[in-house]
Design a protein around this ligand. Structure first.
Ligand SMILES: Nc1ncnc2c1ncn2[C@@H]1O[C@H](COP(=O)(O)OP(=O)(O)O)[C@@H](O)[C@H]1O
Ligand SMILES: [Mg+2]
Length: 262
């Protein structure tokens, strides 16, 4: 396997209550790049993302088969053989709806994970880590004077950047974003898009987006998922400018795919 692969998914099948949701997906996500996953709603984008860090196991009726390899400490490892909480630290997840611990302070949102996981010890080290990661997520200047306020007081866009900073504090290598800018204003959407692009220097970014335009702004690679199958994967420029598959072309030009079978 190439050194350039951060996540390798092989023949991934997911079913829930015997309904096939993912129907044999194979894809290699390049390291230190942004890959956008696009596709109509209901096509399985979230399930693909959740299969990678095993959040899917929180759905007890879901059945998963196939293989997911994740590059951690520069070695491709079987995600389903790792301790799930370790896997989820190294492969972070940012949800569509920001989910900070609403009643904990901004600072505590940042320090609780590293404290519980022994990533930093002692107040000073924990606070230094919090500052470093809030800076990395582009939130520090907005919160440095209100670190002890409850997280719910932040705006939606700030809460989302707090969630990104919180994921960064757990020292991930791969970060999965599930439509992270849905419902945010243009300013915050732009901040988070720029952040995803900046973060690829240090991390591998895989981002589900509802917006083809957003994929065009942030992605190096694009995967188009439809009806539980990977229809097309390639460089963002080639997928957007000259898609190889007719379904991809229909989707990126905003036409309806209902009833078209892949
Ligand atoms: N908790 C669930 N129980 C049963 N089916 C689900 C559940 N979550 C999602 N699904 C089904 O799985 C399919 C893919 O969903 P999802 O991955 O959320 O799609 P997308 O993110 O592309 O909109 C859909 O048909 C959806 O109805
Ligand atoms: Mg989804």
């Amino acid at each position: 396997m190439s050194d350039n692969v951060a996540v390798s998914v092989r023949d991934l099948h997911v079913s829930i209550d015997k309904k096939d949701i993912l129907k044999g997906i194979s894809i290699d996500f390049p390291k230190n790049a942004v890959t956008a996953i696009i596709g109509p709603s209901g096509s399985g984008k979230t399930m693909l993302l959740r299969s990678i860090n095993r959040l899917i196991e929180l759905l007890p009726r879901a059945r998963v088969s196939g293989k997911v390899l994740v590059r951690i400490k520069n070695e491709l490892q079987d995600a389903y053989a790792l301790d799930p909480s370790y896997l989820r630290r190294k492969v972070g997840y940012v949800f569509q709806k920001p989910n900070p611990f609403p009643h904990l302070s901004i600072l505590k949102n940042m320090t609780i994970g590293p404290m519980l996981n022994g990533i930093a010890k002692g107040k000073e080290n924990l606070e230094r880590l919090a500052e470093e990661k809030l800076k990395e997520a582009g939130l520090w200047d907005e919160v440095k004077d209100r670190l002890h306020e409850a997280a719910w007081k932040l705006s939606g866009g700030q809460q989302q950047r707090l969630c990104i900073a919180r994921a960064l504090a757990l020292q991930p290598e791969i970060i999965l974003f599930d439509e992270p800018t849905t419902g945010l204003d243009l300013y915050n959407t732009k901040r988070i898009e720029e952040l995803m692009v900046r973060l690829k220097e240090k991390y591998t970014i895989i981002a589900v987006t509802h917006s083809v335009d957003q994929a065009g702004r942030i992605a190096d690679f694009i995967a188009f998922i439809y009806n539980g199958k990977l229809i097309e994967f390639g460089s963002a420029a080639s997928v957007l400018k000259s898609p190889a598959n007719e379904l991809t072309e229909l989707f990126i030009t905003g036409r309806v795919l209902d009833g078209v079978t892949a």
